[in-house]
Design a protein around this ligand. Structure first.
Ligand code: MV4
Length: 647
């Protein structure tokens, strides 16, 4: 019997799981680290247990504390969410051993899918199509050479213990195989402690199409259509949609039945996803199976009308699946984008800060927002930087796309850099509108999708000055229209009406006089523009938070504040020539030595944070003057790591 559910996770997935649990009448228990004490998932739970610590290893990954929290709170079941311990067989087993219910697959199924090679062997046996290749125990060069000859170049070397694109190497011709294999084995050993490789035919321009499967404890297993997740950046999904554009009912059935076979081969129970590569000829090949509820499950829920978390709870209670395969709905089209706290001008490195401004799109038909944050929350460097997901459903893909663009236009985030503008560019791109989807989408269109940060035009600075000075007036005005503070021409006691403002925005600064041409009305700046013979008025969101004015300009929210000479001096006193850690993390590689000459772009140090590696590169040619870090060290954001002298 489940009456109380503990969610061993945080952020949007914790909020999402608790939403369904409450709808089913369950009591919900949140767990949190010390720094998440005031987080949204804690506020929305019936009970909360403080795990202490900050980093996941000090909090959300502590199995004993999680089980103790379940016992203390009277929870009979634990939902792992995704990430963290969701695919940790040891945790699943510990939960079951403690007499609690793990809302996930059996530990044996998690283990079976843990190794790429073992998973492929199981799938081969089950008759699930695999990419032509070799995934055996023999790891000598001759074995790989023979396999490559058999399957034909180009081939792809993959680390058996790898995942998410880590430990992959394309080999174009036989002459490169020996060195590539040796290098890949070294990297796999260093990254995963396991040098075992597999080799496959390299598929050109494949699509990532995954099948949602669901199995109960009575031997029933369904596929709930598919999702196309081909638009990824560095193996991180950016856009997901369902159904996969252009997939025929025959291909859907073939892939769905193969996915069900894969799930049944490992005695699967609960929600799972079987990932396939789909090539241009319509052939599909097993890639891997994820034994958890995926981030992107909402698009499947949107086109089927099902609640997959409710199904997880019912199956955990021992109930049979409520429908048959023929009754699985497929209605309309849904598209999801992931809103990340990332800095697009800094290689999309995770961003931190305080959400001084956070506005979600208004609710409405075909709209869904799964978020784990609220305005005022701190975005810390300790966890995955995803803030939430925007999901739009439509009768057609175009309707879903337009609806999602409108939702993106309504979304405002200030105080923390995000990938919002990038998401808008992807959704608005003609190639996306015409569903030209494959895993090379972003690299193919990166000139448009990932433009270099541009210079802000004079019109922006003029609008910013007007909005800034007027927002100060409205902040100071005592609601007295006769107060001099009400003057909209920038008048200040003791200062002329034409006071010049010294503003900064996104690393640029400008001295600019307010013109009064642009008028602040509430939280919008009304900007008159002459277009031909027509006077047009634009309304730009202009929202003040403390000393910062957030002004939307060409779809991006710009943070404008007064130039602060003290801050400017402090910033310049960073180590001259010093290259600093872009965010807190651990030093996984130091690739240079003091005295070494390096070219512009040479990777110097690799920092690992939020499950991703970030290379600190030489901004220009030079000589390494000094190293201030060593492999294995923890560093915080802003720590100087390397000092370079210009060549
Ligand atoms: C491939 C491939 C092409 N050929 N395997 C990337 C991560 C892992 N899930 C498997 N991946 C790939 N395996 C063969 N034989 C291309 C990729 C790939 C990819 C796959 C899915 C989604 C995005 C991708 C981005 C780059 C490469």
């Amino acid at each position: 019997m489940i009456t109380t559910l503990l969610v061993a996770n945080r952020g949007e997935i914790a909020c999402r799981v608790m939403r369904t649990a409450k709808a089913l009448g369950l009591k919900t228990v949140a767990v949190h680290s010390a720094i998440d004490r005031a987080a949204r998932h804690v506020r929305e739970a019936d009970l909360a247990v403080d795990l202490g610590g900050a980093k996941p290893a000090e909090s959300y990954l502590l199995v004993d504390k999680l089980i103790a929290a379940a016992r203390a709170s009277g929870a009979q079941a634990i939902h792992p969410g995704y990430g963290f311990l969701s695919e940790n067989a040891g945790f699943a087993r510990a939960v079951e051993d403690a007499g609690l219910i793990f809302l996930g697959p059996p530990a044996s199924a998690i283990e079976a899918m843990g190794s790429k090679s073992a998973a492929k062997a199981l799938m081969e046996e089950a008759g699930v199509p695999l990419v032509p290749g070799y995934h055996g125990e023999a790891q000598d060069l001759a074995t790989f050479r023979a396999a490559a000859e058999r399957i034909g170049y180009p081939v792809l070397l993959k680390a058996a213990a790898g995942g998410g694109g880590k430990g992959m190497k394309v080999v174009e011709r036989e002459a490169d195989l020996a060195e590539a294999l040796a290098s890949a084995q070294r990297e796999a050993q260093a990254a995963f402690g396991d040098a075992r490789m597999l080799i496959e035919k390299y598929l050109l321009k494949p699509r990532h199409v995954e099948i949602q499967v669901f199995a109960d404890r009575h031997g029933n297993c369904l596929y709930l259509n598919e999702r196309d997740c081909s638009i990824q950046r560095r193996h991180q999904k950016v856009v997901e949609e369902a159904p996969a554009p252009g997939l025929s009912p025959e291909l859907r059935r073939a892939m769905g039945e193969a996915a069900v076979k894969a799930a049944q081969a490992i005695g699967y129970v609960g929600a799972g996803t079987v990932e396939f590569l789909l090539d241009e000829r319509g052939d599909f090949y097993f890639m891997e199976m994820n034994t958890r509820l995926q981030v992107e499950h909402p698009v499947t829920e949107a086109i089927t009308g099902l609640d997959l978390v409710a199904w997880q709870i019912r199956v955990a209670r021992g109930e049979p699946l409520p429908i048959t395969q023929e009754q699985v709905p497929l209605h309309g089209h849904a598209i999801e984008v992931r809103l990340y706290a990332e800095d697009p001008d800094n290689d999309f490195l995770p961003a931190t800060g305080t959400l001084e401004l956070y506005r979600e799109p208004a609710p409405g038909p075909g709209r869904r927002v799964d978020s784990g944050v609220s305005e005022g929350d701190l975005v810390s460097p300790f966890y995955d930087p995803m803030l939430g997901k925007l999901i739009a459903w439509g009768e057609t893909r175009e309707e879903a796309r337009q609806r999602l663009l409108a939702m993106l236009d309504e979304t405002l985030v200030g105080g923390v850099k995000t990938n919002l503008a990038f998401l808008r560019r992807v959704l608005a791109h003609p190639a996306f509108a015409s569903a030209e989807l494959d895993t090379g989408f972003i690299s193919r269109h990166q000139a448009v999708l990932l433009p270099l940060p541009g210079q802000l035009p004079e019109a922006f600075w003029q609008a910013a000055a007007d909005a800034f000075i007027q927002s100060e007036a409205s902040m100071c005005r005592a609601d007295d229209p006769h107060s001099p503070w009400s003057a909209r021409n920038g008048w200040r006691a003791g200062l002329g009406a034409e006071t010049e403002l010294h503003l900064v925005c996104n690393g640029s600064e400008r001295k600019v006089r307010p013109s009064g041409r642009n008028q602040l009305q509430g939280e919008n700046l009304v900007c008159p523009r002459q277009e031909g013979d027509t006077q047009v008025q634009y309304r730009l969101p202009a929202i003040r938070r403390g000393t910062t004015l957030y002004l939307e300009w060409q779809g991006e929210l710009q943070a404008v504040s007064r130039f602060d000479p003290i801050a400017a001096v402090e910033a310049s006193h960073g180590h001259q020539g010093g290259l600093t850690a872009p965010m807190s993390g651990s030093i996984v590689r130091v690739l240079v030595e003091a005295g070494q000459r390096v070219e512009a772009g040479t990777a110097l140090v690799v920092v690992e944070a939020m499950k991703m590696e970030h290379s600190i590169r030489a901004p220009q040619a030079g000589v390494v003057k000094a190293l201030f870090c060593a492999e294995g060290e923890q560093v915080s954001e802003g720590t100087t790591l390397v000092e370079l002298e210009e060549a």
